[in-house]
Write a protein that binds this ligand. Structure first.
Ligand SMILES: [Zn+2]
Length: 299
């Protein structure tokens, strides 16, 4: 059975880019008679904004996006993350790192996603002091992943990324790691999300392999940008949903390259949604990394 998911971070209200991702993952799941889950990515507690989760769930409901199971929370899965960290540790894939951000920047060179850690602590045998970070040792071989929208994603983790953190020095599990365990716990079959996360896909695939988990089928939809910048929850990209449900659905379908009937404009979302499910095809989604959105959508 198809299992898809939308996984917002409760750091602010939904913006147009996250609405597009929610709608895409919902339509893809429903057009496959699948289940659609909502997972609240609240692992990074300092980023969590009070009230944001309620606002997000409220917005999804207004947009007619009904989840099939009670929403899950990363903050309630800490013991699972710890369990799988121990599993990686026992198999010798992890080491503790005591380097400060300053040292890492001074010694590493620039990679695809920040500084490539130079591996200084790999053989130091640091102990778990609640102050050190856990890193996973990567290997020097090309990884190729097929994405249904973006095509082949190629990376060499050693050359492009370096040994990466799976538990931070502040003892918070890294997103890269938590999401892999989440995929397994949710029995996710399809990972549909924004293309702004695609750089992290090879790291997640690598962790899936180390843990013996199967990587879901991947669909990275173009990221919504405004003046070439990714929309974000904190930068005035707030939109009002109540009363604009139809317009937002039409704009999201347009963004996703889906067919839009002229009568949608005067329709209720309860009429649009079943039709959008029927007509949904990922072949219509533009094969680009990002798409500029009209200014009127998010003001
Ligand atoms: Zn180190």
């Amino acid at each position: 059975m198809y299992i898809g998911r939308f996984a917002p971070t409760p750091s602010g209200p939904l913006h147009f880019g996250s609405i597009v991702t929610a709608i895409a993952s919902y339509l893809d799941a429903k057009s496959h008679q699948g289940k659609w889950l909502v997972k609240i990515d609240d692992i990074d507690r300092p980023r969590v904004l009070k009230g944001a989760e309620n606002s997000i769930l409220n917005s999804l409901e207004l947009l007619g996006l009904e989840w099939d199971e009670k929403p899950s929370h990363q903050s309630e899965r800490i013991e699972f993350y710890q369990y799988y960290l121990e599993a990686l540790k026992e198999n010798g894939h992890l080491y503790l790192c005591s380097c400060s951000r300053k040292t890492i920047h001074a010694l590493g060179k620039s990679g695809l996603d920040g500084i490539i850690y130079n591996g200084a602590c790999r053989n130091m045998g640091h102990t778990d002091s609640m102050k050190n970070a856990y890193r996973v040792q990567v290997n020097n071989s090309p990884l190729v992943i097929e994405d249904l929208i973006q095509g082949k994603i190629k990376q060499n983790l050693a050359n492009d990324i370096g040994d990466f953190i799976i538990k931070r020095s502040d003892q918070i599990f890294a997103y890269q790691f938590a999401v892999v365990v989440d995929n397994y716990l949710d029995k996710l079959t399809h990972l549909c999300r924004g293309n702004d996360l695609i750089n992290s896909l090879p790291r997640q695939r690598y962790l899936h392999q180390l843990l013996g988990f199967k990587l879901p089928i991947c669909l990275h939809i173009p990221a919504a940008t405004k003046q070439q910048k990714k929309l974000s929850k904190g930068h005035g990209d707030k939109i009002s949903i109540q009363g604009n449900e139809t317009a937002l659905w039409v704009e999201a379908l347009k963004f996703l390259g889906q067919p839009i009937l002229p009568e949608y404009a005067a329709s209720n979302i309860k009429e649009i949604i079943p039709d959008a499910i029927k007509k949904w095809s990922i072949n219509h989604i533009p094969k680009s990394t990002s798409i500029e959105v009209d200014a009127h959508i998010h003001t």
